[in-house]
Design a protein around this ligand. Structure first.
Ligand code: A2P
Length: 277
């Protein structure tokens, strides 16, 4: 099912995709990617320089038989490249074998070891603006940015980030960040909808899965989708990739959406950018 979300500039991207960061990027599984594209209808692949698997995607896409232009690719600039954006971007394009990157993100606000650097982020952002103005990216945005990082960037940018991709699952509901993004016209996107698997062991999620005759993972993915956000569950297992995509034939009730939101305990299963300056 090709459900789409519109970015602020009108570019539409698939709402449900396949995340490719897995165990630090070491767990890339070619067969799972091919299967996702060929048999599950996945049209959004979410990668990053950090994951080390960009160069593997063209072969998987070719093997799947899906036209490359039908696939939306998000990739992310790692902070070590914030001072050499153009070189890194050219390298990304070469690896992805694409002239235009669909969505290019600053991967994290954390530029140095333990410290933030708002000037460096802004400098890198200006380069992304240039790539966008030159038509080399269809859309640009950020990832793991909290309200303070967005506020700093918004004060000086020429083009607002079109998306902010952050951890989002029932244990980390990001209420105020989501409101901030909505107010600023930034499309919020979630990653780790399964909280890296932790959600699947929760008793409330289990009860719901039984009641809807779905799996715990499907309940969690559905919870993200029903908020209207893009989400990118990761799996290296083709059967689970299919399971995570088979979520368009049921709907969680409002009561159940709220019950899941109450599981929020503020934990981060990925980066915690809260203290990054
Ligand atoms: P695996 O690759 O063995 O399927 P998240 O997307 O929230 O970060 O979660 C990713 C983790 O969840 C991975 O460890 C992945 O392992 C596991 N996972 C993904 N889909 C499922 C599923 N449907 N059932 C159980 N575990 C899953």
């Amino acid at each position: 099912m090709d459900v789409r979300v519109k970015l602020p500039n009108g570019v539409s991207m698939p709402q449900l995709g396949l995340g490719l960061s897995h165990r630090g990027g070491c767990g890339y599984n070619h067969d799972a990617v091919v299967y996702a594209l060929k048999h599950c209808g996945v049209r959004l692949l979410d990668t990053a320089e950090r994951y080390g698997n960009m160069a593997k995607l063209p072969a998987a896409i070719q093997e799947s038989g899906v036209l490359p232009d039908e696939i939306f690719i998000t990739t992310k600039l790692f902070p070590t490249n914030y001072t050499r954006v153009h070189t890194a971007f050219e390298d990304d394009r070469r690896q992805l074998n694409k002239d235009t990157v669909d969505l290019f993100l600053l991967h994290t606000p954390e530029c140095g070891i333990g410290i933030g650097n708002k000037e460096l982020r802004l400098q890198a952002w200006r380069e992304l603006e240039m790539l966008y103005d030159n038509g080399q990216c269809r859309a640009i945005g950020v990832s793991n940015f909290m309200e303070k990082h967005l506020t700093q960037l918004l004060e000086e940018c020429s083009i607002k980030p079109m998306a902010n991709q952050c951890e989002f699952h029932p244990f980390q509901t990001q209420i105020s960040l989501r409101k901030f993004c909505a107010d600023e016209g930034i499309v919020f996107q979630g990653y780790s909808p399964l909280a890296k698997g932790a959600v699947l062991h929760n008793a409330i999620v289990k009860e719901m899965a039984n009641r809807y005759n779905k799996t715990e993972a499907q309940v969690a993915v559905r919870w993200s989708l029903q908020h209207g956000y893009i989400t990118i569950p990761k799996s290296t297992n083709p059967v689970r990739v299919k399971e995570n995509y088979d979520v368009f034939d049921f709907e969680l009730s409002n009561d159940d959406l709220e019950k899941l939101a109450k599981l929020h305990d503020g934990r981060h299963v990925s980066w915690d950018p809260t203290n990054v300056l």
